[in-house]
Design a protein. Structure first.
Length: 70
């Protein structure tokens, strides 16, 4: 996908019940393709401990944005 498009591509996800039913958090990340943290994969394929270890590495290596609605 990346090779077919120019510019940055952001990965986006959300968690929560949605703005109509309760709190929701959405986040986006644009990874530097030359500096992807080792072991980064689909978050649902990673255990909680591995996600926690990757979190600061992702913040270092990516442009990120997080939004929360309560």
């Amino acid at each position: 996908f990346e090779s077919q498009h120019s510019g940055n591509i952001a990965g986006v996800d959300e968690a929560g019940r949605g703005p109509w039913a309760g709190p929701v958090v959405a986040a986006a990340a644009i990874l530097d393709t030359t500096n992807i943290p080792s072991g980064l994969n689909d978050s649902k394929k990673l255990n909680a401990a591995r996600r926690e270890k990757l979190f600061p590495l992702i913040l270092e290596a990516a442009q990120t944005g997080v939004a929360k609605r309560i």
